[in-house]
Design a protein around this ligand. Structure first.
Ligand SMILES: [Zn+2]
Length: 595
């Protein structure tokens, strides 16, 4: 007779999840605890989640009422009675779902981890309604900055502004008003897509940019009719603006502290949104080194799967060593991929297209990394077993990336019909020629997509591509799934908010802000949407043996939602919230009572 489970009652509102843990039990006042005595415990758990609907994503047992976890892993699923009777002990933390939905923790399939943290430290221009409002935010930052200090921001998008700035070139602003607002502080404002940036006069002067500066390979300095730089730098031209990172002026020690702060802010953002694993689409070796130190020290609050993103020479030299960083620090960090970009983004007309842009007939976009470099990256991936992850947005970019993969697979085994087993990835796979859609499944290539880009960018996609071309090639996740391809999901944060709920809503509805739907025939079912954010994302990283489903032996990474995703109407999906995030069988975050 020793099974004692504490359950907090009454004192909490109905909207609150009831969590009882040993510490709470001893510190709670009289009358707040109900002691449950059950049959002898066969296997005491650290954590029990019960009295809800647990959707497991496991085909053998799709649902359960309750689960138990021990030492970070799931040990049992079953009915409330079974789990409480067999696994509840005095030391067990018990979560009463009160009928709520628990699912595998979300796996962010493609985001930028350090960028997420840094976006919380710089000017956040996402959702700012106009160029004038952007300038006002910069002016405010200038008042607080020292002369000469860099003002850095990110997230503006000219297509989302309520008005076109005066004197705009191709819809982009010109720098005059920004330069007047910040005459002594260099300013660098990265586009929401990350594929362009905007500089003021001081930043351009400090970087030696003039009307005579030529466009670099794979990039463009956008100019006005008289040939003067407007302030906009596309693709590789962004690198012409030097020391744009405020950290560049900091001491090594201060840079290190800044990186740690960015990591902490990124972890917090993940946990608040139920993200228990984050697939980082590209970090340099120093960042990976710090993440690995924190994983080993037990101070990394979420799990990371990381792509290496740096110069090809460094990758060739060090890939082997970083490849050995697998599931370190209690499965907190794996270095699993190599990331390169073959083209740019659609918004800034950098995506590499087979046919010209509909709204700019002399442009077909850019190749942003020389094919010879991509071939070298493919060779490293072949040699080390790292997955090659190629950012490709335009239909030409996607075709060239698939061709590159196919050449590499053929070289490795001329008889093989596919690369199945290597799980190389195309990041975004945003606009596809219909002929290329079946190649994903055939080559075993993962389509690492971001559903939220569809609903966020949908309002202007047809102007870039034309309606007909958008309809047969843009965000083709239904066609990819039907062809047998694995589609994973993510947000590309900080390009979009990390919120997976927005991604689920976009995948299921393809509903644009004005209420219309973007080619709704390509919608996912709700189960497919959830799979893309859990099990398929785990597959995309060779982690389906520990993540993405809730079954015995798997990591106890769980998200609890405020309402049942499978029951609410389409229009209400957006209002779902994550109430509780569990990582490795421990409560990592719980929504505060007042929010
Ligand atoms: Zn990205």
């Amino acid at each position: 007779m020793r099974s004692v489970a504490g359950m907090l009652r009454a004192a909490l509102t109905a909207a609150t999840l009831i969590v009882a843990c040993p510490a709470t039990a001893t510190s709670s006042g009289p009358g707040r605890l109900e002691v449950v005595r059950g049959a002898p415990v066969t296997a005491a758990a650290d954590l029990i989640v019960h009295n809800g609907r647990i959707v497991t994503m496991d085909d053998a047992r799709p649902e359960a009422q309750a689960l138990a976890a021990k030492a970070g892993r799931i040990v049992a699923l079953g009915t409330d009675a079974e789990i409480l009777a067999n696994h509840a002990a005095d030391t067990t933390t018990i979560v009463d779902l009160r009928g709520r939905l628990a699912i595998p923790g979300f796996i962010e399939g493609h985001g930028h981890f350090a960028g997420l943290g840094e976006s919380k430290m710089n000017l956040d221009l996402a959702g700012v309604p106009s160029w004038e409002a952007v300038i006002a935010m910069v002016a405010d930052a200038v008042r607080r900055a020292k002369p000469g200090e860099w003002i850095v921001g990110r997230g503006w998008h000219q297509e989302k502004w309520t008005s076109t700035p005066p004197g705009a070139v191709e819809g982009f602003p010109i720098h005059d008003a920004l330069s007047a607002a910040s005459p002594d502080n260099p300013v660098w404002l990265t586009h929401a897509s990350g594929h362009a940036g905007f500089a003021n006069a001081r930043a351009m002067a400090d970087s030696g940019i003039s009307a005579d500066t030529p466009d670099p390979d794979g990039g463009e300095i956008l100019r006005d009719r008289s040939g003067l730089p407007t302030g906009l730098f596309r693709q590789n031209a962004q690198r012409l603006i030097q020391v744009r990172d405020p950290a560049g002026a900091l001491s090594p020690r201060a840079q290190f502290e800044r990186m740690d702060r960015a990591i902490d802010l990124a972890v917090q953002a993940c946990l608040e949104h139920g993200v228990t694993t984050f697939q980082d689409a590209g970090s340099t070796f120093p960042v990976i080194d710090r993440l690995a130190e924190r994983a080993r020290a037990g101070t990394l609050g979420v799990r990371l799967w990381v792509m290496i993103r740096t110069d090809i020479e460094l990758i060739e030299e060090h890939a082997e060593r970083y490849r050995s960083m697998r599931r370190i620090g209690d499965d907190r960090l794996t270095v699993g991929g190599i990331k390169f970009a073959i083209d740019g983004a659609l918004g800034s007309r950098g995506a590499w297209l087979l046919e010209p842009y509909s709204d700019s007939p002399d442009r077909t976009g850019f190749i942003t990394t020389p094919m010879a470099t991509l071939e070298r990256a493919a060779a490293v991936a072949m040699r080390t077993g790292l997955q090659l992850c190629i950012h490709a947005i335009g239909d030409r970019g996607n075709r060239e990336a698939l061709d590159l993969f196919e050449r590499a697979f053929r070289r490795a085994s001329p008889d093989a019909r596919s690369g199945t087993g290597r799980r190389w990835r195309i990041e975004h796979a945003q606009h596809l020629d219909p002929d290329d859609i079946p190649r994903f499944a055939r080559l075993g290539v993962v389509a690492s997509m971001q559903a939220v880009h569809c609903t966020s960018d949908g309002p202007w996609v047809a102007s870039r591509l034309g309606t007909e071309r958008a309809g047969r090639g843009a965000y083709m996740w239904r066609a990819l799934l039907d062809s047998g391809a694995v589609v994973s999901n993510g947000s590309d944060v900080p390009v979009e908010s990390i919120d997976p709920i927005a991604g689920l809503a976009a995948a299921v509805t393809r509903r644009l802000p004005d209420g219309t739907q973007f080619f709704p025939a390509q919608r996912m079912t709700r189960m497919e949407a959830l799979r893309s954010y859990t099990r398929s994302a785990a597959h995309a990283a060779f982690e389906e043996d520990i993540k993405g489903t809730l079954m015995p032996g798997m990591l106890a990474d769980i998200a609890v939602l405020s309402e049942d995703f499978f029951d609410v109407p389409d229009e209400a999906i957006d209002r779902l919230r994550v109430d509780l995030t569990i990582v490795g069988g421990r409560i990592a975050w719980q929504r505060p009572l007042d929010s």
